[in-house]
Design a protein around this ligand. Structure first.
Ligand code: GLU
Ligand code: ZN
Length: 471
């Protein structure tokens, strides 16, 4: 049987996910789902100092929010666990033991200071810094002597001397590195912990991962990791290295771009469908035009349509998809946007009234403030329009006993107002702007007392204006 497709997302829980990480996760998931394969979420928590339990909870929540699920990972077992790298130490050890036994790994006794001096020399001589291989040729006696000196040893992988390491990257095409340029790398640190290079590669091989999609910052790791996996007698996965995402100013998106972190976007009200549709097009040209539900996206993903130019995150595009996603979202899902900002019980009705006029949480908050809080002071043009309606018009509206929209319009018409001369002042008095939701539901949301107060403010404007004209 051929190797079934499996891909994975392997975040280090040292910070919050940004759009670039989320795109990697989405693409890896889409690839697995499109091929009926497995998708694994592996938490690379080996950097114990910088890993944070709350970041794990957060990233799981962010992935679920987008609609990504996994066959193997926290809370789900496909038989390839554990899914936390720190719980896989025995597997890493077993691999190291095999490499040591076959001579493909060797202890390195160099101290940090010695390695640093080597690096400095290389830099001075304008050579790429890499490990000199000083400990590669030590014999048993030499090792015993250094051990006796009390030097702790790390473990290094012996790169295959004189060979070329080649593979075809799914995004970047054919890649070729000279093993001798890369140098022997640490697989187990002197403190006994597995390095990123080794644990990440061993886990991929162990978990039967067939395609690794990850950021292009890892390209130079791949020849080392492939060589390591081959030395263990296992088949390396295929690799695809995604280009970086850049922000509006063409600078790479970083964890510091708070507003572009997944958390930041969620807090602002961006919907998962909006973010997913944006990501589907960032450096991937395989999807047909138009909005796609996340559940339908696997059919829209073509791993051969990944581009390798940096992809630019464009807020206009994001807002376009937000608009599309909003149109497909039920009122009830938007209630959190107005919760606590409306009279109790008026949340759903408020959302229904304003939803065509909002894109993000801040817009909803601004509408709640306009409806239930204070109106901004009218500008000159608005004041003029409200004054022009005349005091009698406002007095008539204030006198309506049951102030429904129809009753107010009828009362306004009875004073001789019509068309724009009726609807614009009414809208301005109640919402402070000529742009906005339909007035019928707005009137229904405002209490009779509020209606009265707002008509009265407009009446006073008109009265002041009449006085000014009279004098
Ligand atoms: N933990 C690594 C990272 O977050 C994983 C890289 C990879 O996907 O192989 O960068
Ligand atoms: Zn050494």
């Amino acid at each position: 049987m051929i190797n079934p497709v499996a891909s994975r997302f392997a975040p280090s829980p040292t910070g919050s996910l940004h759009l670039g990480n989320l795109r990697t996760a989405l693409y890896a998931w889409l690839y697995a789902r499109a091929r009926d394969g497995r998708f694994v979420l592996r938490i690379e928590d080996t950097d114990r100092e910088r890993s944070d339990e709350s970041k794990i909870t957060e990233l799981i929540d962010d992935l679920r929010w987008l609609g990504i699920d996994w066959d193997g990972g926290p809370g789900r077992d496909d038989g390839t666990g554990p899914y936390r790298q720190t719980e896989r130490a025995d597997r890493h050890e077993a691999a190291f033991a095999r490499l040591l036994a076959s001579g493909q790994a060797y202890p390195c006794y160099c101290t940090e200071a010695e390695l640093e001096a080597e690096r400095q020399t290389a830099l001075r001589q304008k050579r790429a810094p890499r490990y000199s291989g000083r400990c590669a040729a030590l014999d048993e006696a030499g090792r015993a002597r250094l051990t006796a000196e009390g030097r702790p040893a790390s473990l290094r992988f012996r790169m295959p001397r004189g060979s070329r390491l080649q593979w075809t990257d799914w995004v970047r095409g054919p890649q070729s590195f000279r093993a001798d340029d890369l140098g022997d790398f640490v697989i187990r640190r002197a403190d006994g912990t597995a390095s990123f290079l080794s644990s990440n590669a061993i886990d991929d091989a162990d978990m039967g991962i067939t395609l690794v999609l990850r950021g292009e910052d890892h390209v130079a790791n791949t020849p080392r990791q492939r060589a390591l996996i081959e030395a263990l007698g296992l088949t390396p996965p295929e690799y695809g290295h995604l280009p970086l995402l850049v922000g509006p100013s063409h600078a790479p998106l970083s964890k510091r771009d708070g507003a572009m972190s997944v958390r930041g976007l969620r807090e602002r009200g961006y919907l998962p469908g909006a973010v997913a549709n944006l990501l589907l097009r960032l450096g991937h040209s395989g999807a047909s035009d138009g909005y796609h539900d996340v559940a339908q996206m696997p059919a829209q993903f073509d791993v051969k349509a990944l581009g390798h130019a940096p992809a630019q995150v464009d807020e206009h595009q994001l807002n376009h998809w937000q608009h599309e996603a909003l149109a497909r979202t039920a009122d009830t899902a938007l209630i959190p946007w107005v919760k606590g900002r409306t009279p109790v019980g008026a949340e759903a009705q408020t959302i229904a009234a304003i939803r065509k006029n909002v894109l993000l949480v801040a817009d909803a908050e601004a509408w709640c403030e306009r409806l239930y809080g204070d109106l901004p002071a009218p500008d000159a043009a608005s004041s003029a329009l409200m004054a022009a309606a005349g005091e009698a018009f406002w007095v008539a509206l204030m006198a309506v006993a049951e102030p429904t929209y129809d009753n107010l319009v009828e009362a306004g018409k009875a004073t001789g107002a019509k068309g724009k001369g009726l609807f614009q002042p009414l809208r301005l008095a109640l919402t402070g702007t000529l742009e906005g939701p339909e007035m019928r539901p707005i009137v229904a949301l405002l209490s009779p007392a509020t209606l009265h107060t707002r008509f009265d403010a407009a009446r006073q404007l008109a009265a002041r204006c009449t006085q000014r004209n009279a004098t």
